[in-house]
Design a protein around this ligand. Structure first.
Ligand SMILES: *Cc1c(COP(=O)(O)O)cnc(C)c1O
Length: 377
C-alpha cells in the first residue's frame, strides 16, 4: 500500500519541544506560565490587535465562552452559518438557546447577507431580536464582512467570528477574527497550525480578557479559600500545550504560503478540465489562507461526480472529503429555523476538499495529479 496522503495533517516546526522542555524545567505546566503569555502575545501581534487574546483548550469552548459572556440563555436566538462544522452551532445549544441557520452565497460559500437580513427581519417580526451572529470564515475564505457588519450595526446585533479555519486570512487587509466583538481560533490537529488541540478567544479590551480568563479557570473569587459567585468552566489552555503553539507561530507564515501553493497547484491541475471549479477568492479584497483547497464538480459538464473522484483518490490511498454537510440538513438540527435557498445544499452535493497540507511533497503532488488526470481523461 502506498503511503497515505492526508487531507490536512499536523506539521510541526521542530522548536515545539524546546518550549515544552522549558515549561518542564520551570515546573510551570498547568494554566499559568511563559508559554501561555508568549503564545497569546504572538497571536495578537500576528493579527495586529492589542494583547487581549485568551488561549483556551478548544475553539468550541471559545465559542461557548463568548456566548456566556454575552449572557446567552434559553430565551435567546443566535444566528449562525448553516454551512460549517457542527462546533459553530453546538455551543448555542449548550447555552439552551436556539440556533437560527443561514444559507451560503456563491462567492465565498459563507453566510449570505441577503438571507441574513431576511432572517433578522423575520425574527424581529416574530417578536425576538437575535442576540448574536456567529459568522464563519469557511476553509479560510473571509465572509462578506462589510455587508454582514452593516446589517449587524443597523439592527444592533453583536458579531462573533468563527475564524477557526481562518488564521492567516484577511479581508481588506484586516485579519479574520478581528472584526467582531469576539473572534475564535482553533489549533486542532487538522488546522493550519496546531497545539495538538486548543483554541483562542480574541477580545478587544482588558475587561473582556480578564472575564474570559476568570470564567475559563473555574471562576474563583479573590479569597484565600475557594469561593465562587459565578458558574465557571475548565477551559484554559495549559502551559505545555501553549509551548507547541509558540513553536507553531514561528512557522505560521510558511504554513500559509504552503497552503496557498497547494491551491495554486489545483488551479493549474484543473485549468483544462471542464466542469470543475477550484474555490478561489472572488476579488482582491479577500485573502484566504486556503486551509483546505476545495472544488465543485458539475456532473452534467464533467460527466463525473465528486463521489467517483473521492473513490478514485481513495483507491490510491489519498484522502479527500465532501464539503461540510449543512447544519439545517443534520438530523440533530432538523427542527431549527433556516433562512436561504439551496446554495449550501448544492455545495455539499457537488463539492470535495482535496489534500491541502503544508507538509505535502512534490512526490505527493505528482501522485495526486496522476490520479486526477487519469480520472478525467
Ligand atoms: C475546527 C472548527 C471548530 C472547532 O474547533 P476545536 O478547536 O476543535 O473545538 C469550530 N468551528 C469551525 C468552523 C471549525 O472548523
Amino acid at each position: 500500500m502506498k503511503k497515505k496522503i492526508w487531507l490536512s495533517s499536523p506539521h510541526l516546526s521542530g522548536n515545539e519541544m524546546q518550549y515544552i522542555q522549558e515549561a518542564f524545567e520551570d515546573n510551570w505546566i498547568t494554566s499559568i506560565g511563559q508559554n501561555i503569555d508568549a503564545f497569546e502575545y504572538s497571536l495578537a501581534q500576528y493579527m495586529k490587535v492589542d494583547n487581549h487574546v485568551v488561549a483556551l483548550n478548544s475553539a468550541t469552548s471559545a465559542i461557548h465562552l463568548a456566548l456566556v459572556m454575552l449572557g446567552t440563555g434559553s430565551e435567546d436566538e443566535i444566528i449562525t452559518s448553516s454551512f460549517s462544522f457542527v462546533a459553530s452551532a453546538n455551543p448555542i445549544v449548550y447555552c439552551g438557546a436556539t440556533p437560527i441557520f443561514i444559507d451560503s452565497e456563491n462567492d465565498t460559500w459563507n453566510m449570505c447577507p441577503v438571507a441574513l437580513e431576511e432572517a433578522v427581519k423575520d425574527r424581529i417580526s416574530k417578536g425576538k431580536k437575535p442576540k448574536a451572529i456567529i459568522v464563519v470564515h469557511l476553509y479560510g475564505m473571509p465572509a462578506k464582512m462589510n455587508e454582514i457588519l452593516k446589517i449587524a450595526e443597523e439592527y444592533d446585533i453583536t458579531v462573533i467570528e468563527d475564524a477557526a479555519e481562518a488564521l492567516g486570512s484577511s479581508y481588506q487587509g484586516k485579519a479574520c477574527g478581528t472584526f467582531g466583538r469576539f473572534g475564535i481560533l482553533s489549533f486542532n490537529g487538522n488546522k493550519i497550525i496546531t497545539t495538538s488541540g486548543g483554541g483562542a478567544l480574541v477580545c478587544h479590551n482588558q475587561e473582556d480578557k480578564d472575564e474570559a480568563v476568570f470564567l475559563s479557570t473555574q471562576a474563583r473569587d479573590h479569597a484565600p479559600h475557594y469561593q465562587h459567585s459565578h458558574i465557571g468552566y475548565n477551559y484554559r489552555m495549559s502551559n505545555i500545550v501553549a509551548g507547541i503553539g509558540r513553536g507553531q507561530m514561528e512557522v505560521l507564515n510558511d504554513r500559509v504560503q504552503a497552503r496557498r501553493k497547494m491551491h495554486d497547484f489545483y488551479i493549474s491541475i484543473f485549468r483544462d478540465i471542464k466542469g470543475v471549479n477550484v474555490f478561489s477568492e472572488p476579488t482582491a479584497d479577500y485573502y484566504s489562507n486556503h486551509w483546505l483547497s476545495a472544488i465543485i464538480i458539475d456532473p452534467e459538464i464533467a460527466g463525473k461526480t465528486r463521489e467517483e473522484l473521492r473513490m478514485a483518490l481513495l483507491e490510491e490511498n489519498i484522502e479527500s472529503r465532501p464539503l461540510w454537510k449543512p447544519m439545517h440538513l443534520q438530523p440533530v438540527f432538523s427542527e431549527s429555523p433556516y433562512y436561504g435557498t439551496d446554495v449550501s445544499e448544492k455545495l455539499f452535493e457537488n463539492g470535495l476538499c482535496l489534500p491541502s497540507g503544508s507538509n505535502l511533497t512534490e512526490a505527493d503532488r505528482k501522485r495526486i495529479a496522476d490520479v486526477i488526470f487519469d480520472f478525467f481523461s
